[in-house]
Write a protein that binds this ligand. Structure first.
Ligand SMILES: Nc1nc2c(c(=O)[nH]1)N[C@H]1C(S)=C(S)[C@@H](COP(=O)(O)OP(=O)(O)OC[C@H]3O[C@@H](n4cnc5c(N)ncnc54)[C@H](O)[C@@H]3O)O[C@H]1N2
Ligand code: MOO
Ligand SMILES: [Mg+2]
Length: 410
């Protein structure tokens, strides 16, 4: 029986821990903000002060004592204005009964005030020293109390948090200008195949352009890794053995494509056996069955199948979780949706299938439709794909309306 996807994932991730963290400044992290996968925080962040650091107004208006303006429910109340203040300035005060301070949003609340009346609920003659309050407010209204967002001493960020834009904002608010983060794993991309030429070259007879290296390198970058494309290796055992060893010397993870099936020129598995460990190969998945997993010189190694769609599907299922785990992401999976098929699904297989699909809306409900022909060499089946429909082994054909699970590739 072929190994299940989950068992293979478990065996690939088993015992994998991230390398020691490194320290990065907020500005350095900003440089990386454009990356699809941000850095991951390697230690909790505890607030060293309250945020906001002082009670302040959430509206442009008048800081008052709520008790003074309770009567405005019946008739307008007039207060003496003792000053005016904006964000970044200290207010006059303390507020005596019957007085108000004009405040702008973000201005510190004067001592003695417990509420703010928005300017829209007041009337003030230009140049006048009084304001007329037209509506009452409750104590606390339009006031942001000190520590409302983050409390001094509280653990605001847990280790394992993605440094997404709001998180950088939180770190900046707390004055955490350097953060411990996990390194980005360096991933060597090794293509195998006598037929491969660089994309800039004109392929000769029987040759094709090396597309896997570029697709896989982009997928590595999207998963937070640093890809390095190595020159393609010919289909000979000594070349592949030497090439994989070379790759392992300069990278944290080695990913290859091609040469893992049962052909006479498929040398990745024997090379792995010579170099170190071939832990298992073949998984119950279509595309992607002949995946080979092991270690080269103690570096995790994933030998992906050569067919371009198989290479990217196995990247999604097996390489991506490994790269994320190496960056300190413990449990990660794509959001999964249950949606009805929008059309009959003819594809059947004894293996579990991952089919490229879209999820258009029909009559207000999302449905699952395939992107087109699903062969493992049909790269255009990725175009417009929003998800992978996860079809159990042996299922089908399935009729339109049957619910299926989709891994959402957002
Ligand atoms: N008798 C059997 N034959 C095959 C089986 C099987 O079970 N029995 N499995 C098939 C399946 S499924 C897959 S997937 C492929 C896997 O093949 P390999 O990993 O050995 O890859 P290659 O044979 O080297 O190449 C397959 C295919 O992919 C093209 N290729 C390879 N590298 C690249 C690249 N970098 N860029 C673009 N295209 C690439 C290559 O030219 C071949 O067409 O095996 C089946 N066979
Ligand atoms: O597993 Mo292959 O990847 O079906 O094409
Ligand atoms: Mg082959």
């Amino acid at each position: 029986m072929l190994m299940s996807v989950e068992e293979a994932q478990h065996r690939i991730l088993d015992g994998v821990v991230p390398p020691p963290p490194e320290s990065r400044s907020l500005s350095e992290l900003l440089q990386e903000a454009g990356r699809a996968w941000p850095r991951i925080l390697a230690a909790p962040l505890v607030a060293e002060a309250d945020v906001p650091p002082f009670a302040n107004s959430s509206m442009d208006g008048f800081a008052v004592r709520a008790a003074d303006v309770a009567g405005a429910a019946v008739r307008p109340v007039t207060l003496r204005v003792i000053g005016r203040t904006g964000a970044g300035h200290l207010p006059p005060g303390p507020l005596e009964p019957g007085t108000a301070v004009q405040v702008m949003t973000g201005a510190p609340l004067p001592a003695g005030a417990d509420a703010v009346v928005p300017v829209e609920w007041t009337r003030m003659q230009a140049g006048a020293a009084t304001v007329t309050i037209l509506q009452p407010v409750r104590a606390g209204s339009h006031v942001r109390p000190r520590g409302q967002d983050m409390r001094q001493g509280s653990r605001v960020l847990e280790a394992g948090t993605r440094l997404d834009p709001p998180v950088l904002g939180i770190a900046a608010s707390l004055g955490a200008v350097r953060l411990p983060v996990y390194p980005r794993p360096r991933v060597a991309i090794v293509s195998t195949g006598d037929e491969l030429v660089d994309p800039g070259q004109i392929p000769g007879p029987g040759q094709i352009r090396n597309s896997n290296a570029y697709a896989l390198a982009a997928a590595v970058a999207q998963a937070g890794g640093e890809p390095r494309i190595l020159p393609p290796l010919p289909d000979r055992l000594p070349a592949i053995t030497a090439g994989l060893a070379e790759a392992a010397r300069s990278a944290a993870v080695v990913v290859s494509s091609g040469g893992v099936s049962v052909g006479d020129y498929d040398f990745v598995k024997p090379a792995l056996e010579q170099l170190g460990r071939l832990e298992f190969w073949r998984v119950n998945v279509k595309p992607g069955k002949p995946l080979a997993v092991g270690h080269v010189l103690d570096r995790p190694f994933l030998g992906l199948p050569g067919n371009p769609v198989s290479a990217l599907v196995t990247f999604e299922l097996f390489v991506r979780p490994l790269l994320l785990r190496l960056q300190g992401v413990q449990a990660w999976q794509r959001p999964r949706l249950q949606l009805p098929l929008g059309e009959d699904l003819e594809e059947t297989s004894g293996r579990r299938q991952f089919l490229r699909c879209r999820m258009p809306e029909r009559d207000g409900h999302r449905v699952v439709v395939l992107t087109g022909p699903q062969g493992s060499a049909i790269q255009t089946s990725w175009l417009g794909a929003e998800g992978l429909a996860d079809i159990p082994a042996g299922a089908g054909p399935l009729r339109a309306g049957t619910p299926v699970t989709v891994w959402w590739l957002r």
